[in-house]
Ligand binder design. Sequence first.
Ligand SMILES: C[S@@+](CC[C@H](N)C(=O)[O-])C[C@H]1O[C@@H](n2cnc3c(N)ncnc32)[C@H](O)[C@@H]1O
Length: 467
Amino acid sequence: MNKNDIITDTVLRIGMNGEGILSHEGKTVFVPFSLTGEKIQFKVLKVESKIAYGKLLEVYTPADCRVRPRCKVFGKCGGCQLQHMGYAAQLKVKEEIIRVCFKKIAGLDVDVKPAIKCTKTYGYRNKLQLPVQYTDEGTKIGFYAENSHRVVPIKDCPINPEWTSGIINAFEKYISEFNIKGYDFKTNEGDLREISVKDVGGNLIITAVITNKPLKGVNRLIDLLKEQLKSEFSLFLNINNTLSNVIYGKEFILKYGPPEYILDTRGIKHKIGVKSFMQVNDEIAYKLYSCVKEMIGDNDDTVVINAYSGAGLLTAILAKNSKHVIGIEIVEEAVDCANKLAKSNGLSEKITNYLGKVEDIMPDIITNETAKGNKLCLVLDPPRKGCDIRVINSIIESGVEKIIYVSCKPSTLARDVGLLVGSLEYINGEIKRVNDYKERYIIRCVKPFDMFPQTKHVETLVCLERK
Ligand SMILES: C[S@@+](CC[C@H](N)C(=O)[O-])C[C@H]1O[C@@H](n2cnc3c(N)ncnc32)[C@H](O)[C@@H]1O
């Protein structure tokens, strides 16, 4: 097989990134946007010793689950990978991705429960992030193409609510009226770098990330947003003049509207501001938190440790039915927010929030709580890289009975669960498979939550119990 060859063959299965996989001349070939069972024609883009990558040219026998993507830039923009696949098939693919990760990475055969569906398969996102880029063709608002820094211009985005087109229209008019220049990352120049929007129960918090030049015509921008949007909104400016990929600079300046909006989730009233963390899908976040609560149960005798607790919403939800909840979070603002949330909901007595790294703080907390004779339950919701090995070791050494692990990355989830169960061991800085092992924890449940329809991403909840 050589680069630029045009090949016809049949897709065998779907891979971890949602791409079709086939076997040709002894090589495993990855062809995005093709589906299992389809006879396709593809062009070879890259050949390595055992694998190759192809570009889909034609589908001769479309799979039954093939559907027409709603988005005009699907395949060009890097946001969605599965819009060509019916929703039921997407859920099956995500269940399979989790199953394969547990098998390949941890050697574990797990029974993955049917994925929890999202009733809105489009328009579900409550967060939008739009880079504004200056190119030879002028200023573009859009999304980055997959694995690139090139902005693909968009007019709307079907996985975001309908206000998306209003935001883009308002900013486009404003850019053209005031001759505003998008950001040029090669020269670190321009006026406007990024537009970000948070939808807080129908109210929008809009941030225009600018370089350190004063932004012209902000009042006109506010008027244009009023013309285009049906919802209430706030407008912030954020100044970021760094060369890094970090989106926000330190300073946020409120130009219009209230600084925060209030949301009610499972009876917990919480203020969402410009810096607050929100799960991207309200419906699935609600279902996920409800499931965590249900799995812990009404335990007035249990102390829950909520590790990687973010702004403390889940901590507060869990505090209502537990003896005490301990949150641990590395971001100071999130801890402040979690403390305010506990106070405003009358839960301060039942919540202690610690600022710091889980790996530094949690081992002592477990020792202290165990010494007090408290029954412990642990909730882990780490970032994509998963848990530090010190976190895993402290859990193994402890007597924690129940662990609920929430993850947005199946591969690191499988690794950490393998280490907890015992099918993997961390030896001299390396993770190794163990063949004959004594199970430390039993996997009670593996449940996918479809937080991100139309994309390859999935949130997974695993419940483990001490053997
Ligand atoms: C996936 S988010 C979970 C947020 C929270 N559970 C929620 O549902 O809103 C992961 C959180 O872990 C925090 N974090 C990352 N590394 C950490 C560490 N080593 N120790 C403590 N917190 C950490 C991040 O700041 C972030 O708030």
